[in-house]
Design a protein around this ligand. Structure first.
Ligand code: ADP
Ligand code: MG
Length: 248
């Protein structure tokens, strides 16, 4: 049974010594390499590190999309370790919003239909007023009835953010959500994510290699070679950039 294990005091997401070994070809890579982190409710955290530092793998383990070789993931009070694939899918459906790139969008459907579909997949009715409210917040009203194929890369990325927000999940996991966006669109998305954390006391974890994006978070975790290297609270873009460039 998947009980809503959430107690007000428990972190929204807890990782304990999470380790995942990949053996591809002739070498073995460990990422994450024994990561322990807690993400409290109502916080916005950025995972920062160079390409290959393990940000995406960490997010996949946190979402139950990949199983760690050892360690524990507790999502909204539920330990993921012994869950079946079906249970994990149900758990994600109710509690997690994923912003993991544009490949999940249905190219043949309109912007509105893609967002309504995400809400139905999360187990809710797609109420037009609620879909429209999210479209407004993301500046997508003008393209509401356009097929995805007519949108720019930035427009498509904003639809993925709308899909995650429309069901009010406890935890949003966002992997490079501003990677394809120009500066004004990126700012809009980051302000939306920050606003979501503040207004609804929800939890956002965002992987990024961009110091400006990271500066919107309450806390920045630095990753290198799959391991946590340090953290900064109330970061500035300058402090994040300096720290990223401090080591080879
Ligand atoms: P980031 O998102 O920080 O760029 P990733 O999490 O994508 O980093 O990758 C972390 C490390 O794990 C990299 O060295 C990558 O090559 C390796 N890796 C990821 N997935 C696999 C896989 N399926 N097989 C082998 N190595 C992998
Ligand atoms: Mg990545």
């Amino acid at each position: 049974m998947l009980k809503a294990g959430s107690t007000a005091a428990a972190p929204a997401l807890q990782l304990e010594e999470v380790r995942r070994v990949h053996s591809g070809g002739c070498d073995r890579v460990t990422a994450p390499a024994g990561v322990t982190l807690g993400f409290e409710r109502g916080t916005f955290t950025a995972l920062v590190g160079p390409s290959g530092s393990g940000k995406s793998m960490l997010m996949h383990c946190a979402a139950g999309l990949d199983r760690p070789d050892s360690g524990r993931v507790v999502l909204d009070g539920v330990s993921l370790g012994s869950r079946s694939e079906r249970e994990l899918a149900l758990l994600r459906r109710g509690r997690v919003g994923l912003i993991f790139g544009v490949h999940r969008l249905q190219q043949g459907l309109t912007v509105y239909q893609n967002i309504a579909m995400a809400r139905r997949i999360a187990g809710h009715r797609a109420v037009p007023q609620q879909v429209d409210a999210v479209l407004r917040r993301l500046g997508l009203c003008a393209v509401r009835h356009r097929p995805m194929s007519e949108l720019s890369d930035g427009g498509r990325q904003r639809v993925t953010v709308a899909q995650a927000l429309v069901s009010h999940p406890a935890v949003i996991l966002a992997d490079e959500p501003t990677g394809a966006l120009d500066a004004p669109s990126a700012r809009q998305v980051l302000e939306l994510l920050r606003g979501y954390v503040r207004a609804a006391r929800r939890t956002v974890v965002m992987a990024t290699h961009d110091p400006v994006a990271a500066s919107y978070a309450d806390r920045v975790i630095f990753l290198r070679d799959g391991a946590v290297e340090g953290e900064v609270h109330r970061p500035t873009a300058h402090a994040v950039a300096e720290r990223l460039n401090a080591r080879p």
